[in-house]
Design a protein around this ligand. Structure first.
Ligand code: EPZ
Length: 432
């Protein structure tokens, strides 16, 4: 899957010459759980505004491997019919490529009573245990066995039963998996300490629109009354990707005179727009756009402030890396505290190699002193979000940079170089 492709980027050396409009695609972290939910339905599922990213292809391949049928009905509309699965075993070669494969566990177990899967793969941002899943399935009456590298989970003969589950950590995919499992369980499931990310709410609201009795969406406590059968009523319209919008916003703050980010939900990004406004960036919003206007002051006129990542509605961990690049260019000292994952600051080494002044206090905390000019480098994308951060750093830098491992960037951003070229960036995708 990971062919040898890389980006060549001509940096702006601190100039703010990008300008125009950039459109946001559907969210990876919203579309993947809804694709997994296709297994719950006794009818086909239609999804619209679907992004063309690698993880959507991987999820489709997993569903097809299980026996589902799926076809693109238009450029961004996908149809999935998972009514006749032939297997309940996730093939490891695909599921090890992305963490979201674990989302299939809840629906398969709830619908078919058994699921087999390897420890899910994904970015190297932390250990990423699945103990919350094991604990929750056991509470719903299932048995969990580790057989070699695989997990074998079996529901009771008469199916999963509703349960009271307290998540020891707020977990996005665990909250999503148990909302889906609870939708077909016998009786009521009460989930406590739930994640409240917009993507979690989008899945829950869609299931509710299909007739599932769900209460407390967007709060830490969610109650689901299971049904015997669920049918889709309308297509699912993929939520705009707040992480893509946020990455473009940070790029715009550093490198664009004027930039309008369209087809997004500014309300999902308030913590970032407020952070940038406090720094002095001329940001404004309408209900579907974020706008940077007359951004002519140099980046050292912006002031630094501390960042602490936190579950929603706090500062998103998935925007931590792009925000750190911003702080290398603003005036002052600021700490970045990564509160969710234990290994998500490694990429700062690459920024230091470009000239940034970043000192790591511990695996959760760095201190960034700005402003420091960045020099172009040959870089390697370590994960999806740090990959985009290194792209932003390359645009800020003086000179021509190369970014390798862009499969990671393609996992979460659809042909990002095409949209960046449209706002004036000299970037090319080179295939060896
Ligand atoms: C989701 O991952 C996102 N992925 C991640 O985005 C995002 O960074 C993360 O949520 C946090 O917002 C998708 O939605 C597909 P978690 P997820 O379970 O659900 C611990 C991206 O770039 N935990 O919310 O896997 C875990 O170790 C990706 O798009 C357990 O302890 O993250 C972490 O410390 C990267 N036991 C914390 O919970 C478990 O069983 C939050 O992780 C599960 C998780």
């Amino acid at each position: 899957m990971q062919n040898k492709e890389y980006f060549e980027i001509k940096g702006l050396g601190g100039q703010k010459t990008l300008s125009g409009k950039i459109s946001v695609r559907g969210s990876k972290n919203a579309v993947l759980p809804v694709m997994a939910s296709s297994i719950l339905f006794d009818s086909p599922l239609e999804l619209t505004n679907v992004p063309h990213i690698e993880d959507v292809e991987r999820m489709r391949e997993l569903l097809l491997d299980l026996g589902a049928e799926s076809e693109w009905t238009s450029k961004r509309s996908l149809k999935i019919d998972s009514r006749k699965l032939k297997s309940n075993k996730l093939t490891s070669e695909i599921s090890k490529q992305f963490r979201a494969s674990i989302l299939l566990s809840g629906p398969i177990l709830a619908k078919y009573g058994k699921v087999v899967f390897p420890h899910p793969g994904g970015c190297v941002i932390g250990a990423r245990p699945i103990d919350i899943f094991e604990d929750g399935f056991k509470k719903m009456g299932a048995t969990v066995k580790e057989v070699g590298e695989e997990y074998h989970i079996k529901a009771p003969k008469d199916g999963l039963k509703g349960a009271e589950i307290f998540f020891k950590n707020m977990s996005v995919t665990a909250t999503e998996a148990f909302i889906m499992a609870g939708s077909l369980a016998r009786g009521k499931t009460v989930l406590r300490n739930c994640s409240m990310e917009p993507e979690v709410q989008s899945l829950a609201n869609y299931l509710k629109s299909c007739g599932v009795n769900i209460k407390g969406i967007g709060t830490p406590t969610i109650e689901i009354i299971g049904k015997k059968s669920i049918k889709t009523k309308t297509p699912y319209k993929t939520l705009p990707d707040r992480l893509e919008a946020g990455s473009f916003l940070i790029l715009g703050a550093l490198c664009a005179k004027d930039l309008t980010i369209t087809n997004c939900n500014p309300d999902d990004l308030m913590v970032l727009t407020e952070f940038l406004k406090d720094a002095g960036v001329p940001v404004s919003t309408t209900n579907k756009e974020i706008i940077i206007k007359n951004n002519t002051k140099p980046n050292d006129s912006f002031t630094s402030s501390n960042i602490r990542t936190h579950e929603h509605p706090g500062f998103p961990t998935d925007l931590q890396a792009p925000a750190a690049v911003f702080l290398t260019q603003t005036t002052g000292e600021a700490t970045v505290f990564e509160g969710i994952f234990e290994n998500r600051l490694e990429y700062t080494d690459s920024l230091v190699s470009m000239g940034a002044d970043i000192s790591m206090w511990n695996p959760h905390k760095v201190m960034i002193k700005g402003p420091k000019p960045l020099k172009s480098k040959e870089l390697h994308s370590p994960d999806i979000r740090a990959g985009l951060a290194l792209l932003i750093a390359s645009v800020v830098a003086e000179g021509e940079s190369v970014i390798n491992n862009i499969y990671y960037i393609d996992r979460g951003y659809e042909r990002v170089e095409e949209r960046l070229r449209d706002i004036g960036l000299d970037i090319n995708r080179i295939s060896e």
